[in-house]
Design a protein around this ligand. Sequence first.
Ligand code: NDP
Length: 395
Amino acid sequence: MSKTTTLIIGAGGVGRVVAHKCAMNTDVFGHIVLASRTKSKCDAIASEIKDVKIETRSVDADNTDELIELIKDIDADIVINVALPYQDLTIMDACIATGVDYLDTANYEHPDEAKFEYKEQWARDEAFKNAHIMGLLGSGFDPGVTNVFCAYAQKHYFDEIHTIDILDCNAGDHGYPFATNFNPEINLREVSAKGRYWENGKWIETDPMEIKMVWDYPEVGPKDSYLLYHEEMESLVKHIRGLKRIRFFMTFGESYLTHMKCLENVGMLGIEPVEHQGQKIVPIEFLKTLLPDPASLGPRTKGKTNIGIVAEGIKDGKKRKIYIYQVSDHEKCYAEVKSQAVSYTTGVPAMIGAKLMLEKVWYKEGVHNMEEFDPDPFMNELNKQGLPWQIKELE
Ligand code: NDP
């Protein structure tokens, strides 16, 4: 076991997977500490991991001073942030103050505004450099693996990539009429927002769910896929050579969309507090209380996920189109780490990103996105750590 101390913050669906997977790699992660707002959730995860002792702590990750105290107390070498996007900045600031490396899986979102962007995290680049530490942003599946797929396509398959479509399909069935596969607040805010894609240097906005196509996902079949804005596009447009267009599509069933529209129409997706019997409540937070906890979907979910990228461009003067994708099975993921595939496909890349940072295979001071690094070691780890991928020439 290494002398490293790894701090994981957040004991939700993704935190569970990260804890299990780090425990399978203690030669790199050493002593593992799992901290969240509710310590009992950390204890429940720690008790599932039989061979490795996981220390558990409670922390309010909205409070930078509390985070600094915890990081110093356990003498952490890296912080893996799998709490919510609202905590990104406080955790990054605690890492700057203590000189400890940082990784997350989702970009900062302000609790009072349904908007997410990298601006405030990128703005900490100088502070990370001055503290001689690294921040790796968006090391989940999408963002995360999708960025690495793009970097891999760029490195091995193209001289120039002209278009990228990121295709995210979850064909899992949990048997509930309506539930979200990860944090409902984050999920519903993302899905009910306006769509956006990038073409010829400009962002083009669409109404929510305005653009739909049917894509035939290998091992899943044809599915309605809707254009959404997704955060990895913000960094990919900066780093992919010759890019002319990038879009992101996600599958939704009719029942999901009908439920969501209905909830939206009655105001249940609102993020502004409303007065209810003398109390202020935020509708979407109340909805979260009513909906099944995503962590409880694991044992019920059947079916597969398939997430990948289709890239088109030029190699040696000729047109080329390739598809890189990864298929996961909900039941297999649950059998391995007691979480369904959406948490699994996020938690495994978070662990891999942290592993490459600790091994100094991916190491650059400052704040970075995934596609800035050599994709090959990450792609190799995906095959070894439970997320084998496929590649196809399309034309
Ligand atoms: P959950 O809601 O299941 O878990 C979040 C955890 O964070 C909970 O345990 C919660 O604690 C904890 N938490 C929230 N606020 C605080 C706080 N102030 N202090 C300490 N702990 C806190 O979410 P998921 O596990 O599904 O998602 C985790 C992250 O992964 C999110 O940022 C999400 O956006 C991201 N994600 C990224 C994906 C990708 O592919 N890149 C895909 C899916 C998710 P408690 O339970 O005690 O309230």
